[in-house]
Write a protein that binds this ligand. Structure first.
Ligand SMILES: Cc1cc2nc3c(=O)[nH]c(=O)nc-3n(C[C@H](O)[C@H](O)[C@H](O)COP(=O)(O)OP(=O)(O)OC[C@H]3O[C@@H](n4cnc5c(N)ncnc54)[C@H](O)[C@@H]3O)c2cc1C
Length: 296
């Protein structure tokens, strides 16, 4: 099948893209075309107007600022995976980008497209939840900031208004002191180059990496595909904070993460299996981030 006929627009600024969305009711944004193209080819999406964002050069960047790391919505997965700046500052994000699909999807797919698609299994939502990211959204009246924790409201639904687009994400690095912060991204895939059945991201800050028993000062743990939306597990974090990541603290964190989850059954991964794996991943991801903090 071929896509239904559509009108094509190629704005060169986010302002123009948003104006086009306000002008045309039945319009869809096009970024890397790795998800939308398939939907259109199968006529699951039949927008009358396609607003191609690829000519908006201003949305392709990874910058370090006083607020942290800023990434433009049109930045490709491959660029994020290969970024030396991210590898130094937020390696978990570069790692998660490098695990998305295969090279052809990574060369075209974008941060904004992935966040706009809002799949609860998406690598970025999982990691950005753990990194306390803020999204910048642009609408006809200008930009607004949205905490990524508040962005996802139901299965593949976000707070993005019909005439808004994602222009970028900011990840604060201040609360993650170098030398005593560790991060980890873990996932299970049935076969390579597909979506994960489950993923988890953690960031752990310890008080003193060279102490006999370094204590977890701050822990962050989030999951992908463990519920209808990406999931941050505050009770699991509380279970390990103030501990030296003892066996009993990890066991409590694993139970808390499982309790917070509401995984859906799918082919090759029913809900019971996912609940078991959420326990395993809570332990594994926190432990890996803790171990990483001691290496810094
Ligand atoms: C085989 C395969 C395997 C995959 N595996 C993974 C995986 O393991 N992990 C993972 O995270 N992803 C995976 N993906 C998805 C991949 O990351 C896609 O690239 C991504 O989800 C969509 O990004 P895109 O730039 O191609 O967006 P498009 O396909 O162009 O658009 C997707 C949706 O987002 C909207 N959109 C685009 N840009 C914006 C914007 N700036 N603001 C608001 N809305 C916008 C579009 O209107 C559309 O509704 C996989 C995809 C494929 C085909």
């Amino acid at each position: 099948m071929k896509p239904a006929a559509f009108n094509y627009h190629s704005p060169t600024s986010a302002e123009d893209a948003v104006s086009l969305m306000a002008e045309y009711e039945d319009a869809e944004l096009l970024a890397g075309n790795q998800s939308l193209g398939v939907q259109m080819a199968n006529r699951l999406a039949t927008p009358a107007h396609l607003i191609d964002l690829n000519e908006i050069e201003d949305l392709k960047y990874i910058n370090e600022t006083d607020d942290g790391i800023e990434i433009g919505a049109l930045t490709r997965h491959a660029t994020i995976a290969d970024s030396d700046l991210l590898d130094r500052q937020l390696p978990v994000l570069a790692e998660a980008a490098g695990e998305i699909a295969g090279p052809s999807v990574r060369n075209m797919g974008t941060l904004g497209g992935s966040l706009g698609e809002a799949d609860p299994a998406g690598n970025y939502p999982t990691v950005l939840m753990a990194l306390d990211a803020t999204l910048t959204l642009q609408g006809p009246d200008g930009t607004r900031e949205e905490d990524v924790q508040d962005f996802h409201i139901a299965y593949m639904m976000t707070t993005l208004a019909e005439d808004e687009m994602i222009v970028g994400a900011t990840i604060p690095t201040d609360p993650l002191p170098p030398g005593r912060t560790g991060m980890s991204f873990q996932e299970i895939k049935r076969v390579p180059h597909t979506w994960p059945k489950l993923s988890a991201a953690a960031a752990v800050v310890v008080d003193n990496p060279t102490a006999d028993e370094p204590t977890v000062e701050e822990a962050r743990l989030s999951f992908g595909n463990a519920a209808d939306t990406p999931l941050r597990t505050a009770d699991a974090e509380d279970a390990v904070e103030g501990t030296a990541l003892s066996e009993s603290a990890l066991a409590d964190a694993a139970e808390a993460a499982m309790d917070a989850s509401e995984p859906a059954s799918e082919m090759q991964a029913d809900a019971d299996y996912k609940e078991d794996q959420i326990r395993v991943f809570a332990r594994r991801t926190l432990q890996a981030a803790y171990d990483d903090a001691l290496q810094d």
